[in-house]
Design a protein around this ligand. Sequence first.
Ligand code: FE2
Length: 384
Amino acid sequence: MLQFTSATRAEDGSTVTLGWATGETARFHAIWLRDNAQDAETRDPGNGQRLIALRDIPVDTTVSDVSAEGAQLSITFAPENKTVTFDAAWLLGHRYDVGGKTQSGWTADTVETWDSDLMTGIPVGDFSAVSKDRDALKDWLFGVRRYGFGKLVNGPIEEGALTKVVDLFGYVRETNYGKFFEVRTEVNPTNLAYTGLGLQAHTDNPYRDPVPTVQVLYCLENSAEGGENMVVDGFRCAEVLRTENPRGFELLSKYCARFEYAGGDGVCLRSRRPMIELAPDGEMIGVRFNNRSSAPIVDVPFDDMADYYAAYRRLGEIIDDPAMEVTFKLSPGESFIVDNTRVLHARKGYSGEGSRWLQGCYADKDGLNSTLAAMELQSAEAAQ
Ligand code: FE2
């Protein structure tokens, strides 16, 4: 069990400095430690929810005494004269004295960006295995969280089967397109309108706020020539742009684009969000790219508009670069899932005899991440 090696308090009691047997050290503020006390008066032992608000903690809270013994830290807070204990591993895992991220557009540890090299490492799950076996589901969801994309094979060939994919981790998000929608074009060589033109890689429904964060596309028929699906990692494309043109990256993340869909009766969806979305601390958290749904961009200052358009054009070229794409052809009963805030999808053109019928639906990433995190927690507890 992880042990402490040292625990000292600042003279004024505002902070403590801890050392662990791993060689790491970190400082903590008295108010942070008091707020995160794990005792039964601070947190409900059952559900772990906090029972007090910050206003219940004195503003002049300091550490009056601290001592470490083995894996346990004992801290007394003044003026409450309250003593609580902390676990060494818990504090090491929650330390924040680690220096800030300096690069704009950094990505979370759970994320790995990719290009066409992922072709050999696509997370593929077997439908019946992930439906019955929790470890198989956990492995597949882990890959989907990591790459923002995954395939499922050997699923049932029946209408609506795509909702069973969503049932594995969450809930269908119903929209004005229904619970799910048809992506179907009967191929008719005599009609050029139905030759199945390719679609540029895009994220779906950028005109919604919030966007659907997960999309599932499920194949029921695919006997036409061509019609491959293609996915591109929007995060990797943004990273490439950042390397080539840091100012262009900054412009696409700093200013909002606009998206709109007003195609149906009673529907007028509009959003105002950047093409590359960053959290306040610079974490890359979303990419929106969809030429068909772009509305006039009016939130970029006149002096920056020419450079903004140059960056927008270049991002599109990077997205279109075959070196960035992973291509695959779905067979009936196969499906794929994308993180619609990150991974763009496209369809290659198709023609000839036969038919192509996919069904699509939306769901949300919070359910997927929650299902995976709960399984990971369970595995970690079982390993202890
Ligand atoms: Fe789409």
